[in-house]
Structure formats: C-alpha cells, structure tokens
Design a protein around this ligand. Structure first.
Ligand SMILES: Cc1ncc(COP(=O)(O)O)c(C=O)c1O
Length: 361
C-alpha cells in the first residue's frame, strides 16, 4: 500500500481540453481564460473573477489594487503558507502577524484587533486547510478602522461561511490552482471581487499596467493566465464539487475511525463548510510517540503524511525583525500532522490508514 498525502486528479478530459487549445494556436491569454473567469465568478457568487498565473500573483495584485504600498502594514495570520505574508512584503509593506485559534487554526479576531496600527491598510484572513475563518468578526475590525478585507482562499474552493462561498466573503479574494489544491490548472490563480474599481485595477496590474495595447498607465506585472491553464481549469471546475464531497466524506470517515487513537481530529466551526484541502490532526503532548517517530512509522506502512506548517511565518529567517509573539502558532507548528484526505483515497485505504494509526497509539 502506498498512499500519498496529496495527489492531483487529472484525466482524459483535461488532456483533451489542453490538446484543443494547442491545436487552436491561441496558447496565451484569450477566450478560454475569459470563459473560465466568468464560470469561476458564478461558482463563487462574485461579480468579477480575474485569472492569473499563481495564487501568489493573485495576492500581490489584490493587495496592490487595495492600495497597499510602502509605509503600510497588513495583518496576516502567523500560521499559514509563506505567500500570505510575502505578498505583503512584495508590495513594500510590512506584515503584522496575528495569532490563530487553537481549534480551527484560523486567524484569531482578538489578536487582529490588538495589532491594528495607524499605518494598517488591510487584513488578509486565510481559509486555512479549507475551513473559512471567522469572517464576521474580522470584518468588524475592518469596519472599525476602515481597512480592506482580503480572503486568502488558496485552499478553499467551494468552502462556505453561513451559506456564502469563499470568494464572495470579503472585498477581494485570492485562489491558487497549484496541483495539490482542491482544483488545479497546473499553476494558476484567480482574484474575485464584487468591486468594479478593484477588478479594473487588478486587470491593469496583471498585464503590465496596460490600459490599452502599448499604453502603460502603471508599472504592472506579467501575471496573466494562459488559455492552456484555463482549459484545465474549466474541466476541473466541473469536477470540483465532486472532489469536495469526496474530501468531506473521507474526513468524516477519518473523524469516526480515529476517535480514541489519541489524535486530535479537525474541529469544524458552526455554520461553515470545511472542504478539507488538508486533514490536519494534532498529536497531544501525552501522545506516546514524537511527531517524527509517528510520521516515520506511518511512512514505513506506506502512509504519506506532512507537516503544514513546521515554522510559523513570523519565525521565518526573512521576518526576523518582525518577530511577534504567537504562542498558538508555535504550538501548532510543533504538533500538527496532515493525513491523506484527497479524493483519490479509497475507503479501503482510509481503513488501512486508521488501522495503522491505531497500531501506534
Ligand atoms: C494559504 C496559501 N496562500 C497562498 C498560496 C500561494 O499560491 P501559489 O502556490 O499558487 O502561488 C498558497 C499555495 O501554495 C497557500 O496555500
């Protein structure tokens, strides 16, 4: 048995869609991107969707469009993938690191409120591992201080917060289509927003600041999505709800069968749809094995695991000067382990994973 912790599901339909684009000769940004953008906007319940070439590009362009620049600060969670914070630095601004909730692992609204400074312009909340953060509470902080709210929805295609989909919950939202994500385009990303002004600015910034061909009204970037990526994305968008349902069913199975093993299984906040980009457990201090020994023992049995994430972003060497005190993030970084939950995991494999964990506890 060999069960990887993540695996993209692409098949003949994606291959045929890419082949069609290749035959058309229109490889770069074109009508396939426009079609994907319009369908992705509908899927999220957002007015605009702008395709880009990575989730990091989406965050960078969204923050620039929100007016973030040198001398500004932006609040981000300490426990997330690096790009949530590095995109702030790419704007010339300073990330301020908020601690996270020990149960949901998501940004802690109280920690956010305590960090806001006069130079703060925006807050980026992350729907970490597929579970929406406490949008209402963070929105209140934004409203109190006139800040822009950005969703980092890189891991949360199809996640819901009180009946509304990720991508429609804040002023701007950013998705990633990296191969391990809930849906993929190879590499790729998307910005969604209801705001016409933000949408216009993002479109400008991702295409060299061109307001029309060879007329540059801003210094922008080449962050454009290709028709090749969009063709994969259109097929994946048709499959993502099936994938998400499988992820949720797999997570329920793991929840039930890991009970009593000593592992802390994921907590789902009321009113949210968690789409389990990752199934992240915790090993409590009382667990009989160290995390390394636990992961090695599972690897010997063919079960892939991973640590998302071993170092909180505020402790990364590059943020040495920004080091904040985020004890929950420290604790999580030392104790989390992700188990396979992706849609390619079969029920037989889930049973095998749970038996292997049970043997160790
Ligand atoms: C939370 C989060 N934000 C941002 C990103 C960046 O996305 P990408 O790898 O597509 O640039 C990722 C994915 O890697 C992510 O998980």
């Amino acid at each position: 048995m060999k069960i990887p912790v993540a695996r993209p599901l692409v098949g003949e339909e994606e291959i045929a869609a890419v082949a069609d684009v290749m035959r058309s000769g229109m490889l770069a940004q074109g009508s396939v991107v426009a079609d994907f953008e319009s369908r992705f906007a509908d899927y999220c319940g957002a007015t605009h969707a702008i395709g880009v070439n990575s989730g990091t590009a989406a965050l960078h362009a969204a923050l620039l469009a929100a007016g973030v620049g040198p001398g500004d600060s932006v609040v981000v969670p300490a426990f997330t993938f690096f790009a949530t914070a590095s995109s702030v630095s790419m704007c010339g601004a300073t990330p301020l690191f908020a601690d996270v909730d020990p149960e949901t692992f998501n940004i802690d609204p109280d920690s956010v409120a305590a960090l806001v400074r006069p130079d703060t312009r925006a807050i980026v909340g992350v729907h970490l591992f597929g579970q929406p953060f406490d949008v209402s509470a963070v929105r209140e902080v934004c409203d109190d201080h006139n800040l822009v709210l950005v969703e980092d929805a890189a891991q949360a295609h199809g996640a819901e917060y009180h009946g509304k989909r990720a991508g429609s919950l804040a002023d701007l939202a950013c998705f990633s289509f990296y191969p391990t994500k809930n849906m993929t385009t190879g590499e790729g990303g998307m910005v969604t927003t209801d705001d016409d002004g933000f949408a216009k600015q993002v479109r400008l910034l991702i295409n060299h600041g061109q307001s029309r061909k060879y007329l540059h009204s801003a210094v922008g970037y080449n962050y454009r999505m290709t028709n090749i990526a969009a063709a994969i994305g259109l097929v994946q968008l048709g499959r993502v709800e099936g994938f998400n349902e499988r992820r949720i069913e797999n997570a329920r199975y793991l929840d039930r069968h890991l009970a009593g093993t000593g592992l802390t299984t994921p907590h789902v906040a009321p009113g949210v749809r968690h789409v389990y980009h990752q199934y992240v457990t915790r090993l409590p201090a009382s667990y009989p094995l160290t995390r390394d020994a636990f992961m090695n023992a599972l690897a010997e049995r063919g079960v892939g695991t991973a640590v998302h994430y071993p170092i909180p972003v505020n402790r990364q060497p590059v943020y040495e000067n920004e080091r904040a005190s985020c004890p929950v993030a420290d604790d999580l970084a030392a104790s989390v382990v992700s188990l396979p939950v992706h849609p390619a995991v079969t029920e037989e494999e889930l049973a095998y994973i749970c038996d292997a964990v049970r043997e160790l506890s």
